[in-house]
Design a protein around this ligand. Structure first.
Ligand SMILES: [Zn+2]
Ligand SMILES: [Zn+2]
Length: 294
C-alpha cells in the first residue's frame, strides 16, 4: 500500500517527456523505460521514438502492468529552410491518415538514405546493410537510421562507441554523410493538430546540431500556426539558450517542458536529468485527444 504522502510525492514529481526505446534508436524496450522511471521516482514518462507509434502498444502494456503513467508520443524530424527541427508530438490519434502518411514518407526516405550511406561506408569499412539491419532491435518496426550504422561500426570494432562513430564517419561533416529531406515544420504542426495532438519543438537551442538556430520570428510564426510549447530544459540547450527560450515561450504563450532525450545505453543522457512540471503535463493532457495510460 502506498501512503497518502507517497502518493502526493508521486503526483508532484516531474515527468521526463523525451525518451527513446528499441522502437527507434534506444537500447531498452518500453518495459525497461517504465521500470527505470519508476526506480528514479519520476511522476511519469513520455515514449517519443522517431517518426513512429510502433512502441505505443508495448508502452501501454508496461504502464498498466506497473501502474505507472505513460504519455504516448513521437519525435518527428522536420525542416525549416535547411535547419533540422525535431518536434515532440503527444497524445494524438495514432491512425490519423495525414500523420501516418507523413511518418511513412519520412521512414521511406530515411531507409533509402541510410542504404546509400552504407554503400559508401562499405567501400572503406567492414560493414554491410545486413549488419546495420541486425542492429535494429525490433526489426521492421524500428525506424532505421544513422544510429544503427554507428552501432554496426561499433560491432565491427571500428569505433569504441556510438558517440565516437558520430564524431567521425557517421557524422554530418563526414564524406559518407547524405542529408535526408524532411517535412516542413508547418506541415508537421498542421498534421499533428489535425490528429488532435499537442506539439512541441525539441531542443530548440541545440547549437551542436545546426549551424543556425530558429529565430524569434520563426517561433512567433510557429506559435501562430498552433505550436504548443518548447523543450526549454535539454542538455543540448546552453544556459544562455534556455534563458532565451524561456523568454520566447512566455512572450508567445508557449508551454515549457524538460526532457532527457534518454536512449538507454545508447547515449550518456540520464533518464529524468531534465523534467517537466506536473502542471504542464496536466495542460498537455487537457489539450491532447487520447489519454495517459497506466
Ligand atoms: Zn532530437
Ligand atoms: Zn530525441
Amino acid at each position: 500500500m502506498r501512503t497518502t504522502r507517497q502518493r502526493e510525492e508521486e503526483t508532484q514529481a516531474g515527468w521526463d517527456l523525451h525518451c527513446h526505446t528499441v522502437y527507434s534508436d534506444g537500447t531498452l524496450n518500453p518495459e525497461g523505460l517504465v521500470r527505470e522511471a519508476q526506480e528514479k521516482g519520476l511522476g511519469g514518462v513520455a515514449i517519443t521514438d522517431h517518426d513512429t507509434t510502433a512502441g505505443w502498444a508495448d508502452a501501454g502494456y508496461a504502464a498498466r502492468e506497473n501502474h505507472f503513467p505513460v504519455m504516448r508520443g513521437s519525435e518527428i524530424t522536420a525542416d525549416h529552410h535547411g535547419i533540422s527541427v525535431h518536434m515532440l508530438a503527444y497524445l494524438y490519434i495514432p491512425d490519423n491518415p495525414a500523420l501516418q502518411a507523413l511518418f511513412a514518407a519520412t521512414r521511406a526516405r530515411r531507409i533509402e538514405r541510410t542504404k546509400c550511406m552504407v554503400d559508401r561506408l562499405a567501400k572503406d569499412f567492414p560493414i554491410t546493410w545486413d549488419d546495420v539491419v541486425a542492429q535494429a532491435k525490433e526489426g521492421g518496426d524500428t525506424t532505421i537510421g544513422r544510429p544503427h550504422i554507428a552501432d554496426a561500426l561499433v560491432a565491427a570494432g571500428v569505433y569504441p562507441d556510438r558517440s565516437a562513430a558520430f564524431a567521425a564517419a557517421v557524422g554530418g561533416r563526414s564524406k559518407y554523410f547524405i542529408p535526408v529531406s524532411s517535412p516542413s515544420v508547418e506541415s508537421v504542426i498542421t498534421a499533428v493538430k489535425e490528429a488532435g495532438g499537442v506539439i512541441f519543438i525539441a531542443h530548440p537551442g541545440a547549437t551542436s546540431r545546426n549551424r543556425f538556430l530558429l529565430s524569434d520570428d520563426d517561433f512567433h510564426a510557429f506559435a501562430d500556426r498552433g505550436l504548443d510549447g518548447l523543450e526549454v530544459r535539454h542538455r543540448d540547450n546552453s544556459a544562455e539558450q534556455q534563458e532565451r527560450l524561456a523568454g520566447i515561450a512566455d512572450r508567445f504563450s508557449l508551454l515549457k517542458s524538460g526532457g532527457s532525450d534518454w536512449h538507454g545505453a545508447g547515449k550518456p543522457n540520464v533518464l529524468g536529468e531534465n523534467r517537466t512540471d506536473p502542471s504542464v503535463v496536466a495542460e498537455i493532457v487537457s489539450r491532447g485527444t487520447i489519454d495517459l495510460v497506466g
